[in-house]
Structure formats: C-alpha cells, structure tokens
Design a protein around this ligand. Sequence first.
Ligand code: 13P
Ligand code: SF4
Length: 310
Amino acid sequence: MDDINKITYDPDRMRKEINSLKEQKNAIILAHNYQVAEVQDIADFTGDSLELARKAATLDNDVIVFCGVDFMAETAAILSPDKAVLLPAAEANCPMADMISAGELRVLKERFPDAAVVCYVNTTAEVKAESDICCTSSNAVKVVESLDEDRIIFVPDKNLGSYVSRFSDKEILPWEGFCFVHDRITPQDVKEARNLHPEAEVLVHPECRAEVIDLADGVYSTSGMIRHVCSSPGKEFIIGTEIGILHRMKKECPQKTCYPLSSQAICTNMKKTDLNKVYNSLKDLTPQVVVPEEIADRARKAIIRMLEVR
Ligand code: 13P
Ligand code: SF4
C-alpha cells in the first residue's frame, strides 16, 4: 500500500485506506462526541466518556484507535492492557486533567484521612491510582451516593463537584480545577441565546459554572444531551457544551434545531485529530498509549469500581 498522505489528502481515498487498514489490523475506531465531523463519521462508535470507557472494557479487537484526548485513551489502555491503544494526535491533552498531580492529591488525603476520593475521569492515570473511585459527567452523583463515607475529596473539577453537591448531603471538598471551555460560558451567554431563540430549551454540561447551571432547563453529559434532543417533544435547543457535539445532533435528530450556547466553546485539543492522523496511526500502529503496570493496576480498581455503579 502506498503512503497516500505523501501523494494527496483525498478524503474519500483516505476513508477507504483507513477501512482496509482497520480490517487488516483487527482495529476499532472510538471517537468522543467533540471530535471533528470527518473523524466522528469514520468511527465505529462515538460516545461520551462513560460510554467510551464501557465500550473499551468489552472489545475483542487487537487495536483501539482512540480519537479523543489523552486521559480517555489512557482509560482504554488501563482497561485493555493486552491491546494496542493508539492516540492519533499524541499531543491532544485535557488541560483540566493536568490541574492536579498525584502528589497534590496525596497531600489532600493526608489532610482528610476520613474522606473518600472521587476523581473525575478527566485525570491522569497517576491521579486515578490514588483515588477510591472514578466518575464521569453522567454518573458523578450516583458514584458519590454509592460511597459509605460522608466526606468526599472531589478532583479536579470544582464545577462538577459543586453540581454533585446539589444532589448529595455528603460534604464535598472540591479541588479548584476547571475546564476552560465550559468555565468561560457566562449567564450573559444564556440570556442572549434565550433572547435570540425564546422557544428553545437550554441544555448545559455539568462542567459549566453554577450560575450558568441555575439558568438551564437541563444538565446532561454529552451523550445525555443527544438523547434528550432526540427524545424530547421540543423542537429547538440551545446547547451549552463544546460545539463538536452539534454534528451528531444534526445527524441523529435532523428534525430538531440546535444552536450553540457559545460559538467560542471549542476544545482545541479535541480538534487535533483528523483523517490523516487516523490513517498514519493505523498504518504505523503509533503513537501508542502505555500506562506503567503498577499505576495501571491501581487506577483500574478506581475505574472498574465506577463501572460497577449502576
Ligand atoms: P462527557 O463525558 O460528558 O462526554 O464529557 C467529557 C468532557 O471532556 C467534557 O468536557
Ligand atoms: Fe478537557 Fe474541557 Fe476539552 Fe473536555 S472540553 S477535554 S474537559 S479541556
């Protein structure tokens, strides 16, 4: 097979080559809901963090091409240590995940020895290894409520921590991390969007600030928003999360109209993967995500414990 990106970047040819490489290598392509349209369209499965983790835990492929950011591919690698997990854009990271280190978490655990540690899946493998249980945006409340402890160290997202505390009597001790994409959405953005589209329902992600959540009609994970748009009798929706999600909404619920709450809500890291990188990654089986065994074994316990919460 020739190296097609040296010749030309022809999307149709690229798609054919990717599909044939996928078969040759017994690979599957997983993509997060924020990925660019061409990547979502070539993926075998597109979902939110919890769906992607559940999927990664059950696959029998030899190779997983993970189109997302580093912590998501790490989670897949931890759950599937015998498979090659590829992150086509090696530099795609989540700045929020890097806002707390394992050392900082250890200091917190010493200060609050009676507290359980819940880490958002948007964390490094080292931080997961220091945690009792992991959570995602779609199960954070259930995860916290599943614990016996009354005091919870919640890392790293202060906004998700504050959202969980609305539904729990437990004492939540949030770390001061945040997602730059969601944290910069303002109440003014909601007011302006409602003025423009007075009939539309406002749906936001729990990584948004409390004052934005107060103004919303519903709070959902990314896939939760897609399900709500498709199943709700409403016809118009204002979507308060990263704008890549609008592609799936248009595809899966073409009869509904979805507007971005903020056109600035773009996660640059989620946009680093394209067809060319997926092709190269499959061709060379690189860049591969490898988590050291000792860290992976401890982190896996926190992830599996989360997957067992229903
Ligand atoms: P979801 O799990 O809701 O897809 O969120 C992932 C994420 O990174 C949101 O910024
Ligand atoms: Fe991280 Fe925010 Fe990007 Fe999600 S949208 S991957 S939380 S930076």
